[in-house]
Design a protein around this ligand. Structure first.
Ligand code: GLA
Length: 374
């Protein structure tokens, strides 16, 4: 058996912009899902997971679609990836997959994309070496959309496959999805070196899990599509001024669209600052604005996420925002290294006062994307 790994991610800025054809700016986390894999000759897929020691899943390659509703939920991610390779015409005569995940589940850190991407990269090496990175991202996303039933965009899978150590990945999702060449200018690796400036990126996991197969995420997508339709544009990416949104009569739709339009502008502005090599402290207030927009206009924050972001900024963080789809999960805060402990203590106190469970906190830096580990 050989082993492949794929990381979770945090998005520095650009939330709920991916499925609106917009911009994102994630980094890969130093937390990975490991997939040990080997070829089987008997036409079966066998999946085990260190996190589910009591469940071994065995399904015939030809039975993947039919068995979808009978297999355990967690196994739909790896099985969905196998099913998608098969659907695309790759011959898979059977495979053994042994999984071990260190990305916290439901924390908004993309444990699910890390899982699908670890399996996808393993299957590529074993069965389909000509598959490009962009196709691999599409395979992992299709597995989540179609087999698992979570209607996500491609932020998480792109981050897990394409991020590089020491960099944030700027991705123009529309151009990336449309281009035939994954190396086209649709993406750019922007140096993101916080240590040089005495800074740290703190992740605060509220411990309140979220699920994208639930209705809130799909409802936001539908609202964005409805807003774009009212404006007569293919996607909200095509709106570049907030003033243009006055034509949307419904207040909720207008606010959803305003988040996307202002968030795309925030991604461009953060990317510009980082690209110029400026002190990253300058992006802090933009992150905090992004949180307010997700809280007030997009309404995907929670009291615990708000408390974490507020307490971090009040204790001296340069900026803080919830990350991922929302409705639970984590906050990131940009902090001076010497203030990290004080910020953690302030967030803990705020959580204790509010009666929330103690949050989990850790410092992260931009790590490598998916790769073979041995
Ligand atoms: C989830 C989805 C992504 C993206 C984010 C919000 O993580 O999987 O595609 O839409 O939410 O930015």
């Amino acid at each position: 058996m050989r082993t492949w790994v794929a990381p979770g991610r945090v998005n520095i800025i650009g939330e709920h912009t991916d499925y609106n054809d917009g911009y994102v700016l994630p980094i890969a986390l130093p937390l990975v899902v490991e997939c040990a894999a080997s070829v089987r000759a008997d036409g079966n897929v066998r999946v085990v997971s260190r996190q589910r020691p009591d469940e071994t899943v065995l399904v015939g390659v030809g039975e993947l679609a039919a068995q979808r509703d009978r297999v355990p939920g967690w196994s739909r991610y790896p099985l969905g990836v196998v099913a998608e390779f098969v659907r695309r015409g790759h011959a898979i005569g059977g495979v053994d997959l042994a999984l071990d995940g260190a990305v916290p589940i439901g924390a908004g850190l993309s444990s699910s994309a890390a899982l699908s991407c670890a399996v996808a990269i393993a299957l590529r090496d074993l069965f389909a070496p000509t598959v490009t990175d962009r196709e691999l991202i599409e395979v992992a996303r299709a597995a989540e959309n179609d087999y698992v039933g979570a209607p996500t965009g491609l932020l998480d899978q792109s981050a897990s496959i394409m991020c590089t150590a020491g960099h944030a990945l700027f991705l123009d999702v529309r151009r990336f999805a449309a281009s035939d060449d994954a190396n086209a200018v649709a993406h750019e690796q922007i140096p993101f070196d916080l240590a040089r400036f005495g800074l740290e990126l703190l992740v605060i996991d509220t411990g309140q899990p979220h699920e994208h197969v639930d209705g809130g995420y799909a409802e936001r997508r539908a609202q964005c599509e409805a807003a774009a339709a009212q404006l007569g544009v293919p996607a909200l990416r095509d709106v570049d001024s907030v003033a243009a949104l006055d034509r949307i009569s419904d207040d909720v739709l207008r606010r959803r669209a305003r988040h996307v339009v202002t968030e795309n502008a925030r991604v461009l502005s953060v990317a510009k600052r980082l690209r110029s090599g400026a002190d990253p402290r300058a992006i802090g207030p933009i992150l905090t604005e992004g949180h307010a927009s997700l809280r007030d206009d997009f309404e995907v924050s929670t009291p615990a996420l708000d408390a974490a972001a507020d307490a971090a900024v009040a204790a001296g963080a340069h900026g803080a925002r919830m990350v991922g789809g929302g409705f639970g999960g984590s906050v990131i805060a940009l902090v001076d290294r010497e203030h990290t402990d004080a910020v953690v203590a302030a967030v803990r106190n705020r959580f204790a006062d509010a009666g929330f469970a103690e949050p989990r906190t850790f410092v992260v830096g931009p790590a490598a994307g998916a790769h073979r580990a041995d």
